[in-house]
Write a protein of this length. Structure first.
Length: 129
């Protein structure tokens, strides 16, 4: 990737004009590539943090995220017949197995870990650029 510069004499009366040509498509492709390289790692970290607050009875709900998620695509999926209801409807959680269990566990994880996720995303982008 090359950023071209050129210097010309301007007719505006301002003297020399410096022109910079930025290869937007190459930069965009490089940033997207760096994002894709780090996405799986970041998604797995987010999934693990969310699972800290996931409701647990027999472990199937939490385990379903490990089985059904697609980290390289940035998708975290809890897939059990009751996952949607446990997340959105049932506001109580049994905390004898997981004391941090709650409904809307991803929202709780986001409140508690967003700064960490953003820093991790920044590190991953820097590593892959």
């Amino acid at each position: 990737m090359m950023i071209r510069t050129a210097s010309t004499t301007g007719k505006s009366g301002w003297g020399d004009v410096m022109r910079v040509v930025v290869p937007k498509t190459q930069i965009k492709a490089k940033v997207q590539g760096a994002f894709k390289k780090g996405l799986g790692i970041l998604t797995e970290e987010i999934m693990n943090d969310c699972n800290q607050y996931c409701k647990v009875r027999d472990g199937a709900l939490e385990a379903s995220a490990l089985t059904h998620s697609i980290p390289k695509e940035g998708k975290i999926i809890w897939q059990t017949p009751y996952a949607k209801r446990q997340y959105w409807v049932i506001k109580t959680a049994i905390t004898d197995i997981n004391p941090m269990a709650t409904w809307k566990w991803c929202e709780v994880a986001k409140m508690n870990h967003l700064d960490k996720w953003e820093k991790q995303a920044q590190r991953l982008m820097e590593m892959n650029l």
